[in-house]
Design a protein around this ligand. Structure first.
Ligand code: ZN
Length: 135
């Protein structure tokens, strides 16, 4: 993938889930096709913390199953950085197990202006990808 295509409405869904989880990190998965997000799954952070997240494994299992049934791909995995810039942490890089997915981070340090960034994380390296909001 060379960029992440996502409707503004879906970005708002991610932002509101991340705001609801504040001051802890919030997380979820993005399903779609050909690098375009079609559905946002707001999920439970099993290890509520301001600096890390762990997607609830049971929810992850159910979401992956639904995606297979609907023939959607795992386009991305998102989480928030409640009070730091939307840049992958060392842990984010080490625990990026889906090299074909885009890792989306929402920065909430300026709550009025959430910042969304996307990265491809592969072989211990994060490369930023452009986010293309569409209507
Ligand atoms: Zn992170």
């Amino acid at each position: 993938m060379d960029r992440l295509i996502v409707a503004e409405e879906l970005i708002e869904q991610m932002v509101s889930h991340c705001r609801a989880g504040y001051p802890y990190e919030a997380c979820g998965m993005l399903a779609g096709r050909n690098g375009r997000v079609e559905k946002v799954y707001a999920m439970t952070n099993d290890e509520p913390s301001p600096v890390s997240y762990l997607i609830n494994p049971r929810e992850q299992f159910l979401v992956m199953k639904e995606m297979r049934e609907k023939r959607l791909e795992l386009v991305g995995i998102f989480h928030s950085h409640p009070s730091s810039p939307p840049v992958p942490s060392a842990k984010d890089v080490n625990l990026a197990f889906y090299p074909d997915s885009v890792y989306v981070i929402l920065g909430l340090s300026d709550p009025g202006h959430p910042e969304i960034r996307a990265y491809e994380i592969r072989d211990g390296r994060a490369v930023e990808l452009p986010v293309e909001p569409v209507r």
